[in-house]
Design a protein around this ligand. Structure first.
Ligand code: URA
Length: 227
């Protein structure tokens, strides 16, 4: 017999975690439904990418809630009224390579955003993240900046990416990920306490190889069929 369905409370927006005011976890049935398919090891790369794209698009609704807007006049076919447009220019910055599918979903919602790219690898000797690609708009300070990396694991690359964006002039920063670890969240809260993290799930822990448990495996490999 199937387990009876549960109806969650209907908060106006996702609750911030009580222990982390700068962490928003999306306890939303549609996002959780899609995330469950993404976690499933039998989900192949094409549906995996499609689901990631869809979840990122759904997350935008909340991630953009604090975007500044400016009042504008708009002429309808009948009269002039007032409206609001997003102030400034948005920049979406995927961390290569797994940030790409999520960034596409975000761009579907915000097609006017510019896209910066950051490529980071872990240096074999120092174990610190090393930048191999950095292409950012020159005026990254011109509006909100959204860093995109599906797996917030140790937080080392995300922290380095946020530092790069700060040094490039970004003032209004957020991070979107799919799955976060407690260790990654703690690291970002320590290094970048002003940055709000948006995640579809806060998982249990990291394993000894730095993978998130229960997680979904290597996001890049799952996304591109390279595992
Ligand atoms: N990167 C991934 O792709 N998966 C993890 O679990 C951790 C880091």
């Amino acid at each position: 017999m199937d387990t009876p369905p549960t109806t969650p409370p209907n908060p106006a927006h996702p609750p911030n975690s009580p222990s982390s005011p700068n962490l928003v976890v999306f306890d939303h049935p549609l996002i959780q439904h899609k995330l469950t398919y993404i976690r499933d090891f039998t989900t192949s790369y094409r549906p995996f990418r499609a689901l990631l794209y869809q979840i990122a698009g759904l997350m935008c609704f909340e991630v953009t809630r604090t975007f500044p807007t400016r009042p504008v006049a708009v002429q309808t076919p009948l009269e002039t009224t007032s409206g609001r447009k997003i102030a400034g220019t948005i920049t979406v910055v995927p961390v290569l390579r797994s940030g790409l599918a999520m960034a596409e979903g975000i761009l579907e919602m915000m097609p006017e955003a510019r896209v910066g790219h950051l490529g980071l690898v872990r240096d074999e000797h120092t174990l610190q993240p090393k930048v191999y690609l950095k292409r950012l708009p020159v005026d990254v300070a011109a509006g909100p900046v959204v860093l995109v990396d599906p797996m917030l694991a140790t937080g080392g690359s995300a922290s380095a990416a946020l530092t790069i964006l700060r040094e490039a002039g970004a003032k209004d920063l957020r991070m979107i990920c799919l799955v976060a670890s407690p260790e990654g969240v703690a690291r970002l809260h320590k290094d970048h306490p002003e940055v709000t993290i948006y995640a579809a799930a806060l998982d249990r822990q990291l394993n000894e190889k730095g993978y998130i448990l229960p997680g979904l495996g290597d996001a890049g490999d799952r996304m591109y069929g390279t595992g």
